[in-house]
Design a protein around this ligand. Structure first.
Ligand SMILES: *Cc1c(COP(=O)(O)O)cnc(C)c1O
Length: 354
């Protein structure tokens, strides 16, 4: 039995893998999902259902569009300022890690980025809290979950300007109020489905104000008008995401998975805090429920522990190269039994050191 704690692409439910592989062989009348036209009623039905499931699972209010795009969250780093930032104006960003930095970098092509606060000096081990967002910014951007450093932003800052969020690694892991956001984007490959699909949820009324000419593929309005089918969409990624969203709905939706995610995170952090060999790397109140980062009190134990984990079916817990130590990603599809397996391994390893 392998337990996949990889950070992304990452685990999806086994039944989703089975159904997706079945559709590769026979989606409709012996034809593969990979060979049918995206303009068939069957595939249009897949896009419709995927969009509907996202709206339903996240309780997306009227006045918002859900888009199924390509290019990953990384293309959104540029599409957001291209569509929302008028020439010469400023957008405000919260600097909480590598992904936030990459988003900030792209702003320079279109206008100015104003960093309202940063935890860079502390190697991004906490979420800055006391700062003000200038009301004359075009929008405020933040990363809700910092996949690499293991911090998560649980309390939205108050502001009257449009709020834009990179939700790639905690979307649909907990209940959020979409009406408090103006644009949400997420690469699919953490909680939604396979890589190749990017989900954007945008409040229609914020669009069309940049005064800039935007190439068609990069224009949210063009994508909305095209029903996410301006060009050939990533058919297999969308289909597999739809299967995964069906799985989430059958489980009881986001509120139910949130309970499981909380239980998983609580159990793992409790062991990190209890076990004298391990320690967490982030401020306790900002600890992510998706990516649990930790190190060992004695760095010399890290290599043997990693080896021991891999020998015992624990995959993907090596920390990101910019943090070191370990990172256990415990996304929606990771069962609590896998968390228990990791905890048991930490306990046995600790006993062996005595
Ligand atoms: C994974 C990740 C990204 C990068 O996503 P791509 O789809 O590979 O561009 C961006 N932001 C966050 C928070 C992520 O976790």
């Amino acid at each position: 039995m392998r337990h996949n704690f990889g950070a992304g692409p990452c685990i999806l439910p086994q039944e989703v893998f089975k159904q997706a592989s079945q559709a590769v062989l026979d989606f409709k009348d012996g034809l593969s999902i990979l060979e049918i036209s995206h303009r068939t009623p069957e595939f249009e039905g897949v896009v419709e259902e995927t969009t509907r499931l996202i709206k339903e699972l996240m309780n997306v209010p009227e006045g918002y569009s859900v888009l199924l795009l390509q290019g990953g969250a990384s293309l959104q780093f540029a599409m957001v300022p291209m569509n929302l930032l008028p020439e010469g104006q400023t957008a405000s960003y919260l600097e909480t890690g590598v992904w936030a930095n990459k988003a900030i970098k792209e702003v320079a092509f279109f206008g100015k980025a104003n960093i309202v606060a940063s935890s860079k000096d502390a190697n991004f081990t906490f979420i800055p809290k006391d700062y003000t967002i200038p009301e004359d910014s075009a929008y405020f951007h933040f990363t809700s979950n910092n996949t690499i450093y293991g911090t998560e932003l649980f309390n939205l800052p108050k502001t009257s300007i449009p709020v834009v969020c990179d939700m790639s690694s905690d979307i649909m892991s907990r209940v959020i109020d979409v009406s408090q956001f103006d644009l949400i984007y997420a690469g699919a490959q953490k909680n939604i489905g396979p890589a190749g699909l990017t989900v954007v949820i945008v409040k229609d009324e914020i669009l069309g104000k940049s005064g800039r000419k935007i190439p068609s593929m990069l224009d949210y309005k063009v994508q909305i008008d095209g029903g996410s089918m301006y060009n050939t969409p990533p058919v297999f990624s969308i289909y597999t995401a739809m299967l995964n969203l069906r799985w989430l709905k059958a489980k009881g939706g986001v509120a139910e998975i949130e309970k499981e995610n909380t239980a998983k995170a609580r159990a793992l952090y409790a062991e990190i805090d209890r076990n004298p060999l391990f320690k967490g790397t982030c401020a306790v109140e900002d600890r992510s429920k998706m990516n649990v980062c930790f190190v060992m009190e004695n760095p010399e134990h890290e290599k043997p522990f990693l080896k021991y984990a891999e020998e015992n079916g624990i995959e993907g817990i090596k920390g990101h190269r910019s943090v070191g130590g370990f990172r256990a990603s415990i996304y929606n599809a990771l069962p609590i039994t896998s968390v228990h397996a990791l905890i048991e391994l930490m306990q046995i390893f600790a006993e062996k050191q005595q």
